[in-house]
Design a protein around this ligand. Structure first.
Ligand SMILES: Cc1ncc(COP(=O)(O)O)c(C=O)c1O
Length: 396
């Protein structure tokens, strides 16, 4: 049989999806499973976006331009201007989700064996994107004790080598929920300028900033215009994960013209979904106010319930809709599997994401899980009570 590529063999499995067969087994046993494991919001997509694809005048569902339709890019630039980010449509390429924007960013600025420094824990698919691009991740550990704040900037500096091409951050963070402050972004801006690196910032959760704190984007740091690459998406903002629309944004013309070549190779982002995403830009602020209020209530409930469990430690998220929880177990992979295979409370159990897959340093995060608070408050209370009962009887 012909052999599979080394790259293919090294592609990591999603730590979130690998437990799916066990969840399916749990359903077959008639169990109800509370999904705390995935970032699929249960919030309704704005009607204005859904209506736009129900009623349209297209006769041919044609490709759009590789960089996305002019109308949509112009409107995205206008959306950013309301967030104090000043761009033109030529700084934006529409992509098939933030995922493709990340692939374009990796492909445009890094060669095989180049290095990207990423604070860990980080969004697990960064492992997949780096493997696919032949790029090595150099992790810098952020700690639960510090709420996963930016590690001291000297820690980054120590890791910079001639192979380092970029620093990648996620703001607010998946899986940590940490929201970087303006001061932290300025420290990063300073270091990328000093060492002539790119700063890639994944801002797909930008709207989800809590406690009255404003999200501060790397694109607001005008001093690093040539270094900054922002990744964005409609998936979470408008609860439109299935639209598969995102964008890569940079004022660096070489980055954009290079990313455009990648975009041309895949021809076009989805046409209908661009129509929906363009319409979604008219979503009133009241939609976001309600969504934020809901997530803050969920977060507060979740954290206070978790804090009641002995031996459990949790970092309070300031954004996005995830948190990392430290458990009194040795191996959360085995624990997560056991929850689905062998445990229930009156026919109900929970599915969590083991956190080790969000780290690239081996052996770190083994006693942690990630919880996504994408369920209503009642379900969250129930799910945490199941976790509490499970920890009483689980033996490592
Ligand atoms: C941090 C982060 N970046 C990027 C993505 C990719 O999202 P999409 O491709 O749906 O835009 C996700 C999805 O969960 C994410 O959590």
């Amino acid at each position: 049989m012909p052999s599979i590529s080394k790259k293919g063999q090294h592609m990591p499995q999603s730590p979130i999806r690998k437990l799916v067969p066990y969840a399916e087994m749990a359903y077959k046993q008639g169990k109800t499973v509370y999904h705390l494991n995935i970032g699929q919001p249960d919030i309704k997509t704005p009607e204005i976006a859904l209506d736009a694809v129900k009623v349209h005048s297209l006769e041919i569902l044609a490709y759009t331009r590789s960089e996305g339709s002019d109308e949509y890019r112009t409107k995205i630039a206008n959306y950013y201007s309301k967030h104090d980010i000043h761009l033109t449509k030529s700084d934006i390429i529409v992509t098939t989700g933030g995922s493709e924007a990340l692939m374009f960013a990796f492909g445009s600025v890094m060669d095989t064996d180049d290095e990207v420094i990423i604070p860990e824990p980080f969004y697990a698919n960064y492992n997949g994107f780096s493997t696919a691009s032949g790029v090595n991740i150099v992790p810098v550990i952020s700690k639960i004790e510090d709420n996963f704040a930016l590690p001291p900037i000297e820690e980054f500096e120590k890791l910079i080598t001639p192979k380092t091409k970029a620093i990648l951050i996620c703001n607010p963070g998946n899986p940590t929920g940490y929201l970087y402050s303006k001061e932290e972004i300025k420290k990063l801006a300073h270091i990328v300028k000093k060492h002539n690196l790119f700063l890639i910032s994944d801002e797909v959760y930008r709207e989800f900033a809590y406690d009255g704190v404003q999200h501060y984007s790397i694109m607001q740091e005008e001093d690093i215009a040539e270094h900054a690459i922002m990744i964005d998406s409609v998936s979470k903002r408008y609860s439109m994960c299935g639209a598969r629309i995102g964008c890569i944004v940079s004022k660096n013309k070489d980055v954009i013209s290079t990313a455009l070549k990648f975009a041309q190779a895949r021809l076009s982002p989805p046409t209908l979904a661009q129509i929906a995403s363009e319409a979604a830009l008219q979503t009133p602020q009241s939609y976001f106010d309600d969504v934020i209020e809901e997530y803050v209530a969920r977060r507060n409930t979740l954290i206070s319930e978790l804090e009641k469990i002995e031996g459990v430690k949790v970092a309070k998220p300031k954004g996005a809709f995830y948190c990392i929880v430290e458990l009194p177990v040795k191996n959360s992979d085995a624990f997560a599997q056991w929850l689905l295979e062998s445990f229930d409370v009156d026919g109900e159990t929970i599915m969590v994401a083991p956190a080790a897959g969000f780290y690239s340093t081996p052996g770190v995060g083994l006693n942690q899980i990630r919880i996504a608070y994408v369920l209503n408050q009642g379900s969250l209370i129930k799910a945490v009570s199941i976790l509490k009962e499970a920890l009483k009887v689980y033996k490592d």
